[in-house]
Design a protein around this ligand. Structure first.
Ligand code: NAD
Ligand code: COI
Length: 370
């Protein structure tokens, strides 16, 4: 009886051991995506204080280690990315020339940027070295569209002048009578995600809207807002607002010749890219009165200035200083994107994209096929 009992117990133990072994085997032959997830490691550059909590939450939820570096990517700190699978970056300035070559030599497969514009990345190099590049195409088009309208409002209501007057205890009105948006024709250049939100906002104000974009959105097309050429658009509008990508190759979209074609006293709003406007030609047109005002969240030579504390050195760029000093210029340091909603989306979408590329070789936000 005792022997039988023991035999039974042994059988049960054997079965239990087999089950454990089975589970271990299954564990050892885990789905490669799951295994990858345990060993996957990311490095994130240029991480600000306001982004850290989003990184930490995502890291915990996804069980993936992320090294957070406060500085943006430079030739000096590129070697920190050795041993990681993906680089999560975010910068408006230039990346080191050897960026992709060096990352490839470290076996890195992915660069996921936390912003939209890829104009500062050498995508041909990324392709050459087999590195996937993802962006965050739509972290919050509203953030930028709202801001572009906000800076136009400041110009139309002479806010710079009234702020200065009040600082000098001068509370008179005249002669700085403002303009209402509904009385104006707004020219939208680029009717993509941000341009479309801007159109909706301007419709709310009751403005007349015209647009130029080589690609015609079918719904907007049916509203008859498209003008065939940029030259024709600029001649018809009171406000020109740019919502298209920047490109080094095309030179300036808005140069002295294009400004000449604009209506006298027209306004220009640029929350897109500084490279789109010839800043020198713009300054001349603002000083001469050819243009009524400019709202600039981006500036041609912004890299050494924006998002830096220059309190000690001051700004060396004379063109910038002249522009900022004008009453009919509202200049902001590339902050149109900077809202809580946008920052959270930028971090989460970039990290999701990097994880997806490492696990599956692709991501919905892929801008560069390997
Ligand atoms: P999007 O890709 O959705 O739309 C861009 C549109 O521009 C497209 O419809 C495209 O057809 C059009 N376009 C391309 N070339 C053109 C040309 N030569 N003339 C007229 N239209 C042209 O992009 P989006 O999300 O609307 O963003 C637009 C741009 O805004 C980005 O590329 C980026 O440079 C800028 N941006 C700025 C900030 C900021 O904080 N200031 C933040 C995000 C994006
Ligand atoms: C972008 O997302 O492309 C932006 O312009 C915002 C950011 C780089 C400051």
């Amino acid at each position: 009886m005792l022997a039988l009992d023991l035999k039974l117990k042994c059988e049960i133990i054997k079965k239990k051991l087999a089950k454990i072994q089975e589970r271990n085997a299954a564990f050892l032959h885990l789905d490669p995506h799951l295994v990858q997830q345990f060993v996957m490691k990311f490095i994130a550059y240029n991480v600000r204080q306001d982004e850290r909590a989003y990184f930490e939450n995502w890291s915990q939820e996804n069980n993936i280690e992320i090294k957070l570096v406060a500085d943006e990517v430079t030739s000096k700190n590129l070697s920190l990315s050795k041993g990681y699978d993906a680089v999560i970056s975010f910068q408006t300035g230039t990346y080191p020339a050897e960026f992709f070559e060096t990352l490839a030599s470290y076996g890195i497969k992915d660069v996921s940027i936390r912003n939209v514009g890829v104009d500062n990345l050498d995508l041909a190099e990324a392709k050459k070295y087999g590195i996937a590049v993802t962006n965050v195409p739509a972290y919050s088009p509203n953030a930028i569209a709202e801001f572009s309208v906000a800076i136009l409002l400041q110009l139309l209501r002479n806010q710079n002048i009234f702020r200065k007057r009040m600082a000098a205890n001068d509370y008179r009105w005249a002669p700085f009578v403002g303009k209402e948006i509904r009385a104006l024709t707004i020219g939208i250049v680029g009717t993509g995600r941000i341009g479309k939100v801007a159109i909706d906002i301007y419709k709310g104000f009751g403005a007349k809207i015209l647009a130029f974009d080589p690609y015609h959105d079918p719904k907007l097309e049916s509203e008859g807002i498209y003008i065939d050429t940029l030259e024709d658009l600029v001649a018809k509008v009171d406000v020109l607002t740019l919502h298209m990508p920047g490109s080094d190759k095309d030179g300036h979209l808005i140069d002295a010749k294009m400004i000449e074609k604009m209506k006298d006293g027209a306004y220009i709003i640029n929350t897109a890219r500084g490279s789109l406007i010839d800043a020198k030609a713009l300054l001349t047109a603002l000083k001469s009165g050819k243009l009524g005002g400019a709202g600039l969240d981006t500036y041609e030579f912004e890299t050494p200035i924006f998002n830096h504390d220059l309190n000690e050195t001051g700004v060396k760029d004379e063109l910038f200083k002249e522009l900022v000093a004008l009453d009919n210029v509202v200049m902001t340091p590339h902050i149109a994107f900077y809202t809580e909603t946008a920052v959270e989306n930028m971090v989460n979408i970039a990290l999701d994209s990097a994880k997806s590329v490492i696990e599956t070789g692709t991501a919905p936000t892929l801008v560069q096929t390997k």
